[in-house]
Design a protein around this ligand. Structure first.
Ligand code: 5AD
Ligand code: SF4
Length: 536
């Protein structure tokens, strides 16, 4: 008997999909019948880890569940279902989530002792789901549902299946799921800004990155559904949207025909995939989205340096409501390391691009992601990263020590040979350069006037908090200031205010509010080069 069990099918055989399986369309799943009774409607508690994309995905999940009659709670004791939106990008992100699972396992056990009628279910969603489905079920006996980034439509059914005590798993990746027809329900309805997911997945295959394995192939959502969502958000009073994706500037709506010729990649840039053809591109999307409401600020992230053709730069330059803040993740300043990372450009090509962008859009703000301690990184190679950070004026930088991920090309091809303490030391050195430079850049803004979108109040000090065009924080005191109709009124979240910068730290400005304004009024008589400098 023992032998029979040993040789019989393992857990693997009962799990839907694995990283190698990439299917098109809605799969037929034989043991998840279409007509499962959804069962009693219950309260869901969301835990969101990782990037903004995860926040946006949670809003999609919430929309799907709300539609089925589920409720949401922010109080643990009220919850019947815990859904944890996970991140797999670095070990640190994962270990935070394992800790949370320890807590939830204890919570579930205590509830089952206290109240048998109200069992707690735990669901794991997002990037860890695909990667760790077996470990999550076998080792974390407490997990009831595992759903990958492309299977959220199945969640009501998966949850219903758990009513019989079953564990339900769907981690299939799709070639075309974009949730285009799901209108996300915002988790924070009071927020003046919102996220819109415009594409999913990634085809770049940088050697360090797990995302292509957890989120699958790149696919874009149709322009029309994105523009419609911007319209709806504008009607709800949202003043700022951030277009989200792993590589937003390679956006391509292939459902639409375009007469424009495909542009070549800039000199010195290449991709691992065959160049994509036809359809509407990122510049077309920006054009459409920024036309919906000239008072809606448009941001976007994450981008790849390879996809910034002149059409994109031109539309950003032209439109007052598209923020002049570009994410240009370099990852490293060393051509050799960039080659091992398979980024598709050299240090020189990157620097040429930076020069071209700063020439094309005067006053543009740049941000970056940098990794230190990648496989084989020597001290000299690391110093090239520091020197790149000295040359390029980044307003924002996300700095990471390298963390080896299974399944990636780097895991198969290279050795994670930079000792932890060296990574830590290099990380600290990057932070030091970044902070020092930010302080200098920010101090140079003292005396200038910025257009600030007010977000809310700082709890500790009671001051107002807003963001300038480059997404930098500005704090200032509440007061009555000149309104658009030449009266005086207090400042509210969602207002655009002209704020004079009076103090600068490396990550926040302090300011003095001058007058209420709008994007069109503020930029009416100013050119981009002097848009931050206003003579009153
Ligand atoms: N280790 C450290 N940082 C990573 N990133 C992606 N994968 C890894 C990894 N394995 C960083 C990159 C990316 C950002 C989202 O996370 O800088 O741009
Ligand atoms: Fe984390 Fe990347 Fe997945 Fe976002 S896409 S959740 S950052 S692994």
């Amino acid at each position: 008997m023992k032998d029979k069990v040993k040789n019989g099918p393992g857990l693997k055989e009962f799990i839907i999909g694995d990283s190698e399986t990439v299917l098109t369309g809605r799969p037929h799943i034989p043991y998840l019948p279409e007509n499962v009774e959804i069962g009693s409607k219950r309260k869901v508690y969301f835990d969101v880890y990782g990037c903004q994309m995860n926040l946006s995905d949670t809003e999609i999940v919430w929309s799907i569940l709300k539609n089925e009659g589920f409720e949401k709670t922010e109080i643990e004791d009220e919850a019947d279902i815990f859904l944890v939106m996970t991140c797999a990008i670095r070990e640190g992100a994962e270990s935070k989530i394992w800790h949370r699972l320890d807590h939830l396992r204890g919570f579930k056990r205590r509830r089952s002792l206290k109240n048998k009628q109200r069992p707690v279910k735990i669901g794991i969603l997002g990037c860890m789901a695909e990667r760790l489905k077996e470990k999550l079920i076998e080792k974390e006996k407490a997990v009831d549902v595992v759903a990958g980034p492309d299977s959220y439509r199945d969640l009501p059914r998966l949850l219903a299946l758990t009513n019989g005590g079953q564990t339900a798993v769907n981690v299939l990746l799709s070639l075309d799921e974009t949730y285009a027809d799901v209108v996300p329900v915002r988790l924070n309805e009071d927020s003046v800004s919102a996220f819109i997911s415009i594409m999913r997945g990634c085809d770049n295959m940088c050697t360090y990155c797990i995302v292509p394995f957890t989120r699958g192939r790149e696919r874009s959502r149709p322009v029309s559904s994105i523009a419609e969502e911007v319209r709806q958000l504008a009607d709800q009073g949202v003043r700022e949207v951030t277009l989200l994706g792993q590589n937003v500037n390679s956006y391509r709506d292939v459902s639409q025909h375009s007469d424009k010729l495909d542009t070549q990649l800039a000199k010195g840039f290449k991709t691992v995939y065959k160049s994509k053809k036809g359809g509407l591109r990122f510049a077309d999307l920006l054009e459409k989205v920024s036309s919906v409401d000239p008072e809606m600020r448009i941001r976007f992230t994450a981008a790849h340096p390879k996809d910034f053709p002149d059409e994109v730069l031109q539309i950003i330059k032209e439109r007052p409501n598209i923020c002049k803040a570009l994410h240009l993740p370099a990852q490293s300043g060393s051509t050799e390391v960039l080659q091992r990372m398979r980024r598709g450009y050299s240090r020189e090509a990157y620097l040429d691009l930076v020069r071209h962008i700063t020439d094309s859009i005067p006053g543009v703000g740049l941000s970056t992601d940098m990794i230190c301690g990648f496989c084989g990184e020597t001290e000299e190679e690391f110093q090239e990263t520091l020197s790149l950070m000295e040359i390029v004026d980044y307003n924002i930088a996300f700095l990471f020590p390298y963390s080896m991920r299974e399944k990636t090309t780097a895991y198969r091809r290279y050795k994670d040979d930079v000792p932890e303490e060296v990574k830590k030391d290099r990380h600290n050195r990057m932070i030091e350069v970044y902070r020092r430079k930010c302080q200098i850049l920010n101090e140079a803004e003292v005396g200038n006037t910025h257009l600030v979108l007010v977000e809310g109040v700082v709890k500790k000090t009671g001051q107002l908090l807003g963001r300038n065009e480059l997404y930098l924080k500005v704090v200032f005191n509440q007061q009555e200031i000149l309104s658009e109709d030449n009266g005086q009124r207090l400042i509210r979240p969602g207002d655009y205010v002209a704020v004079k910068i009076i103090g600068a730290k490396s990550s926040v400005f302090s300011g003095m509010p001058l007058y209420h304004t709008s994007i069109s009024d503020f930029y009416r008589d100013r050119t981009w080069g002097d848009r931050r400098v206003v003579t009153l």
